[in-house]
Design a protein around this ligand. Structure first.
Ligand code: DC
Length: 227
């Protein structure tokens, strides 16, 4: 029996998982874990080392050798340390975004990162977001959410995020990128993006972040009262 429950939030790129998970974790006093950031960190390292991204053995070796740490910052966000260096900004580049699905396909990379994620969650009291949290990483999580939104809305949100950093991308191009990423994430052989049978689906297309957070809070509170 764990002291506090795990909350698993899965869903496609741009569905709002990070903002929702971060806000929820802050409200609950739980630890927020962004597993996508870990796949991004391995991708960044592979790009820096000039590793062939089709070479799954080389990627697996790299994943076993790197150190990845997620440290909470003052704003409820995370700093990502790769071999001790802060790469929080670098892992959000377009180059990493366009290559991460390929790296996330390598079974050896997934095995290593899933081990790290389970260790991070071991004491409970975490909100973990990704693609395979409810199905593979924490199948015993008492609260599982599958967060979606229309691909047009997801593209719009991603463009807004990038525009803040000065990256201006056309809506059409972003929709195309999102569709490619969905396709790769949901059809890969290892741990594809799928909704767990016992996950609660939430379509966030026309909900605010706070509305989604409140819906999930109600589930967590009910679960805490039950156990
Ligand atoms: O959530 P994100 O866009 O930062 O995720 C980056 C990539 O990592 C995405 O293409 C899917 C992959 N990923 C994964 O395969 N499994 C996870 N648990 C989290 C992310």
């Amino acid at each position: 029996m764990i002291a506090k429950p795990y909350v698993a939030i899965d869903g496609p790129a741009g569905a709002g998982k990070s903002t929702v998970a971060r806000t929820l974790a802050k409200k609950l006093g739980f630890i927020y874990i962004d597993t996508g950031a870990m796949y991004r960190a391995v991708t960044l390292m592979a790009l820096r080392e000039g590793i062939d991204l089709q070479d799954q053995d080389a990627l697996s070796q790299l994943a076993r050798a790197v150190s990845i740490e997620l440290l909470p910052d003052q704003n409820g966000g995370l700093r990502v340390l790769l071999n001790g260096d802060d790469v929080s900004e670098d892992i959000r580049s377009q180059q990493v975004s366009q290559n991460v699905s390929l790296v996330a396909m390598a079974p050896g990379v997934r095995k290593r990162l899933v081990e790290l994620q389970r260790a991070m969650a071991a004491r409970g009291g975490v909100v973990m977001e990704g693609r395979d949290i409810g199905t593979v990483v924490l199948p015993e999580a008492p609260v599982k959410i599958f967060l979606t939104a229309s691909y047009q809305e997801r593209a719009r949100r991603r463009r807004e995020e990038l525009a803040v950093k000065g990256d201006i991308i056309a809506q059409e191009q972003m929709e195309k990128e999102i569709m490619i990423r969905d396709q790769l994430d949901s059809t890969r052989a290892a741990d594809p993006l799928t909704q767990a049978a016992d996950a609660v689906p939430i379509d966030s297309t026309s909900f605010s972040v706070n509305e989604v957070v409140d819906l999930i809070m109600a589930r967590v509170t009910a679960e805490e009262e039950r156990s």
